[in-house]
Design a protein around this ligand. Structure first.
Ligand SMILES: Cc1cc2nc3c(=O)[nH]c(=O)nc-3n(C[C@H](O)[C@H](O)[C@H](O)COP(=O)(O)OP(=O)(O)OC[C@H]3O[C@@H](n4cnc5c(N)ncnc54)[C@H](O)[C@@H]3O)c2cc1C
Length: 305
């Protein structure tokens, strides 16, 4: 079994900034586990501007920020295509890579596994399983990493700021969404985002709920309810955006105390287990990348007083 001083699970902005700040503070034995083929986390496939290494929005694209982080951490022991599968009863980590499954123990383990969007099932949307239904993460991976153009007339469901990020991805594809539909009664992003959407020629329909998605093999229409009336909207894709939840695969079995779908942590990022910390979006909110990186630097200060 391997043993390390610090193991960080997740090579996104939060995990990499923690690793970088720890190494700058003199910590030698740090391992970062990242399940994807490259580190960088979500920014790696967010091709639009709006990223910065500090707290506020900036003028970098996501891939540029991801590359900057990769460069800054390339001297560290970063293991890509390596997934933390879970904790054993003895507190060690089961880890899968091309070499098989191994156990790793560590003096301190840091969860930096980010968030995921709610699935169609979690949103109770009816209809068949069809091609053309995806969340923002899948859309951005297909567009920015695989160069695909999955639809021509999608509907965007949601009104969080990530929903507007989807609009920018559609613009990048030269695809004009049929409409944005907010399932809640309010626009969850600042109201000027909705003006921006209209300026780009996309109608924003508020107080409307997606009931079902219809089609034979691919999406052909959605059924929506607004003010008690049911209607159909023709489209060839549905992008389900937002409603982010902490990536809870490693702790939802009760290994860590959690509430409201996020691990319980103290002000110094400590979970209910004395040697396990959590940082970044795994804490349950979709923050900016800069804010997650700042949290990583703060956590490094806690661990190297
Ligand atoms: C569509 C979209 C647009 C956005 N636009 C902006 C923007 O314009 N500006 C901005 O500042 N922020 C933006 N954000 C937010 C920003 O991307 C996040 O705040 C940031 O990526 C969070 O960093 P993180 O490290 O906490 O999580 P993530 O970036 O999600 O990284 C988590 C990493 O952990 C890995 N991982 C998860 N589980 C395991 C496991 N079991 N084993 C190994 N590895 C694992 C994942 O593969 C991932 O690489 C956007 C987010 C989305 C979804």
């Amino acid at each position: 079994m391997e043993h390390h001083d610090i193991v960080i699970i997740g090579g996104g902005p939060a995990g990499l900034s923690t690793a970088l700040a720890l190494s700058q503070a003199g910590v030698k034995d740090i391992v970062v586990l990242e399940r994807e083929a490259e580190t960088g986390g979500i920014p790696r496939h967010c091709g639009h501007m709006g990223f910065a290494p500090y707290k506020n929005f900036g003028l970098m694209t996501g891939p540029n920020l991801a590359r900057q982080l990769q460069d800054q951490t390339k001297h560290l022991d970063i293991r890509t295509a390596t997934t933390a599968l879970g904790f054993t009863l003895h507190g060690t980590l089961r880890v899968h890579s091309a070499n098989g499954i191994i156990e790793i123990s560590a003096n301190k383990i840091i969860l930096a596994t980010g968030t995921r969007e709610s699935s169609r099932a979690a949103r109770l949307v009816g209809g068949n399983k069809l091609k053309g239904i995806m969340n923002t993460g899948e859309l951005q991976q297909r567009v920015y990493l695989n160069g695909e153009r999955p639809f021509k007339r999608p509907v965007i469901i949601g009104s969080e700021w990530v929903s507007y990020s989807t609009l920018l991805t559609c613009r990048h594809l030269q695809v004009k969404p049929v409409m944005m539909l907010t399932e809640t009664s309010v626009n969850a992003a600042p109201s000027y985002f909705a003006y921006g959407a209209r300026l780009l020629g996309t109608k924003v329909l508020q107080h409307a709920k997606l009931i079902a998605i219809h089609g034979k093999t691919t999406v052909e229409a959605i059924e929506i309810e607004q003010s008690g009336r049911i209607g159909m909207v023709d489209c060839d894709g549905v992008i389900l955006t937002g409603r982010f939840r902490s990536e809870d695969a490693l702790y939802s079995n009760g290994y860590l105390e959690h509430e409201d779908h996020a691990p319980k942590v103290t002000d110094s990022f400590k979970t209910s287990r004395p040697n396990i910390y959590a940082v970044g979006n795994v804490l349950g909110h979709l923050e900016t990348a800069g804010r997650c990186m700042a949290q990583g630097r703060d956590l490094a200060k806690v661990l190297t007083p």
